[in-house]
Write a protein that binds this ligand. Structure first.
Ligand code: PMV
Length: 314
């Protein structure tokens, strides 16, 4: 039996903008998707036992099937002769926005590689997961699979000419508590990414300045994180959410949760990932603030994850 894991993630700065070459900052979280693979049976079977938002697994099933086919093709495995039983679990729930698809792709690729005794480097696993991500995100930037593969806190810039992406590891003084809140709305990342590209194309007068601001914000955020000025990081996250609202990827459920966490004392909050539903992230340094914010959300019936950014290893 082959086994593998992939990290969940939160994008702290730059989702959507990153698809178009603006830098982004992503942090793996201390939750993983885990896969087991066995050479057995007839064809490919998938047992997805992840807990998650209602309907997530059903809604993503077709994309998941396509992603596994893409993965096998990239790994040079003949689809006709592949008899694999794939089990998927782990403590990362199937919510939109926290990299559940990328984490599962990395986990499955690692597990297949182990079962078939292929000795693959992290770089190769990352490439395979990127191909698999296309099924979920259309034209993914590569930020999700990089975080899922390498873990840690990452500065990412997509190379739009098809060359190597920039992936730099950032370090901060110590891990910081966050709260992730799920809107319970299952979003389609592919549609969200395509929508931004379409509007950007149609309305460059509005979109170009917003993309310039996102670039400035990412650079400022990198410096601020490295200086460990968490109050300012929070303010920059709020600003980033403002830009995401302007490119029309937020929604009323996200805005509601974000306001709620800010009222409870979060240093800053924004949507994370594809938006249109899915998840938001609040910066809540210290166990006490994290607990207060998380409890306030749970009291209103929302599903919440308590996690940390800036962890290097689980
Ligand atoms: O919703 P998620 O967790 O799949 O994150 C998507 C992040 C985007 O920036 C919207 C797309 C991408 O590939 O970078």
């Amino acid at each position: 039996m082959g086994r593998g894991s992939g990290f969940g993630k939160v994008i702290l700065f730059g989702e959507h903008f990153v698809v178009h070459g603006v830098p982004g900052i992503v942090s793996a979280i201390d939750l993983t998707a885990d896969a087991k693979v066995k050479k057995i049976g007839d064809g490919i079977t998938i047992k997805d036992e992840r807990r998650g938002a209602k309907g997530y697994t059903e809604k993503k099933r077709t994309q998941q099937k396509e992603s596994i086919q893409r993965m096998l093709k990239t790994m040079g495995i003949d689809l006709e002769k592949a008899f694999l039983e794939i089990w998927l679990g782990g403590n990362l729930p199937g919510f939109s926005g926290i990299g559940a698809s990328a984490a599962s792709s990395v986990a499955i690729a690692r597990a297949i590689a182990e079962e078939l005794e292929m000795n693959l480097s992290d770089e190769r696993i990352n490439e395979i997961a990127y191909e698999a991500e296309k099924a979920y995100a259309g034209t993914p930037s590569g930020i999700d699979n990089s975080a899922a593969t390498y873990g840690g806190l990452i500065w990412f810039r997509r190379n739009l000419s098809g060359g190597q992406n920039t992936i730099e590891r950032l370090s901060i003084r110590q891990p910081v508590e966050i709260v992730i809140g799920s809107t319970r709305v299952v979003a389609d990342t592919k549609e969200m990414v395509a929508g931004v590209a379409e509007r950007k194309n149609e309305n460059p007068e509005k979109y170009d300045p917003l993309f310039n601001q996102a670039e400035w914000l990412a650079l400022e955020a990198r410096k601020t994180l490295e200086d460990f000025d968490l109050r300012k990081v929070g303010r920059l996250m709020n600003e980033n959410h403002g830009l995401l609202q302007q490119i029309e990827v937020s929604c009323k459920e996200l805005d509601y949760l974000i306001n709620l966490t800010r009222e409870q004392g979060a240093f800053g909050a924004k949507l994370t990932g594809g938006g249109g539903g899915g998840c938001m992230v609040a910066l809540t340094p210290g166990k006490e603030l994290q607990e207060a914010v998380a409890t306030a959300m749970e009291k209103e019936g929302f599903k919440v994850l308590r996690a940390k950014i800036g962890i290097q290893k689980i």
